[in-house]
Design a protein around this ligand. Structure first.
Ligand code: GLY
Length: 390
């Protein structure tokens, strides 16, 4: 299968996202080309969920290309995504003798992308990072666009992504053969971010008119997508990365002024989702707790219902969303939710991060979303009600 290449066109920092089965094998050669002959060392941050043979082949390839490589293993979780983990990796980097001409390579899911990216952003005020995402979620979202960072535990409460930096990768290499080893739940979680892109696709700047059709393209292929047909998934990754690349190229740093079409659109479902993702005692299937993608899917359902309460769109938008989530096996209801007031209060964490106003992304129609500032709390609470299973 051929390599698909998407360009992230940022001034001074443009980079490629290379997608396809087997592309991980190209990393050592590209790393040498991008880092130059002075680079000697590479710190590989490996997600323990990635099969060992992929890490072994990557490290052997790097050594063959003349790099010294050291591997640091991380078992991903929201609890591991902490400043202490970053400090441990920075200490390893010093012990290894990493310098400003060297690089970090992440090999893993979203948590590992975010942590390794932040290590690269902060080590000696910033060194190169090559992101090698291993999950669908990290391929279509976390690895592209340069958001890096960790959570902060404050007075017993987890504030997601409260500490971090924008640090664009030098290259992203998405080897879709890595997706073969994902379990069904991880696959579904990645599909939640793809559904999110479909739900915003007509609001994204689209000079070549390539993104507006994403929703229809996905709706027509939900069977092949949920069966994880290889060719369909490669194209899905390419289309989703291309959409994200357009958003990032237009608004790299999520400017609050970018009222339409900006990066904030990518937070659709996330303000609600973050508030429920780390709650104890919630359950949306056989296993306890929620993964990020599940929370985002549920958060999008809340956003659609809140938008109906506010008169922004009619119920058919939420119905189409739920049909897509159902088709790929994602939950649309959750057990064990506390009162809506608790969720709204937790959404205030994002409010603090955004300078005092609660901003939510709400649909105006199918495939079209916009930013709503200081939305009516009653409507937000009513939105939460739609996912309550008990
Ligand atoms: N995951 C949202 C963003 O990259 O902006």
């Amino acid at each position: 299968m051929s390599t698909r290449v998407v360009d992230v066109d940022l001034p001074d920092r443009a980079y490629e996202v290379r997608i396809g089965r087997g592309v991980l094998g190209e990393v050592p050669e590209h790393a040498r080309g991008l880092l130059g002959e002075k680079a000697e060392r590479v710190l590989v941050v490996r997600d323990t969920g990635v099969p060992q043979r992929f890490a072994d082949e990557l490290v052997q390839g790097l050594r063959d290309a003349g790099f010294a490589a050291r591997v640091c293993d991380l078992t991903p979780s929201e609890a591991v995504k902490r400043v202490e983990t970053v400090e441990r990796l920075l200490i390893e980097a010093v012990r290894f003798g990493l310098t400003r001409v060297d690089a970090v390579i992440s090999l893993g899911g979203g948590v590992v992308c975010d942590i390794a990216g932040f290590v690269a952003a902060s080590y000696q005020r910033g060194i190169a990072v090559v992101q090698c995402p291993s999950t669908l979620l990290s391929m279509v979202d976390a690895s592209v666009g340069g958001k890096t960072g960790v959570n902060l535990l404050v007075d017993g409460e987890l504030y997601k992504n409260m500490v971090g930096a924008f640090h664009q990768p030098t290259m992203v290499v998405a080897d879709t053969a890595l997706l073969d080893s994902l379990d069904a739940r991880q696959r579904r979680c990645g599909l939640a971010e793809c559904v999110k892109h479909a739900m915003i696709c007509q609001s994204v700047p689209d000079e070549d008119e390539t993104h507006a059709g994403l929703l229809g393209w996905m709706q027509a292929r939900l069977g092949a997508i949920s069966a994880f047909d290889r060719e369909t998934i490669d194209e899905l990754v390419e289309r989703n990365v291309a959409l994200k690349a357009s958003v990032v190229a237009g608004d790299e740093r999520e400017s609050p002024e970018a009222r339409t079409g900006g990066r904030m659109l990518l937070n659709f479902g996330h303000t609600f989702g973050h508030a429920i993702e780390t709650l104890d005692g919630v359950r949306a299937g056989d296993e306890p707790g929620l993964f990020h993608g599940e929370a985002v899917g549920l958060g999008m359902c809340c956003a659609c219902a809140a938008a109906v309460s506010l008169g922004l769109c009619d119920d058919s938008v939420g119905a189409s969303l739920r049909a897509m989530l159902d088709a790929v096996g994602l939950p649309t209801r959750v057990e064990g939710l506390p009162g809506s007031d608790v969720i709204v209060e937790r959404m205030g964490h994002d409010k603090k991060a955004a300078g005092g106003s609660l901003r939510v992304i709400l649909p105006e129609g199918l495939g079209r979303c916009s930013i709503v500032t200081d939305a009516d709390i009653g409507a937000i609470g009513a939105g939460v009600g739609v996912i309550r299973a008990d």
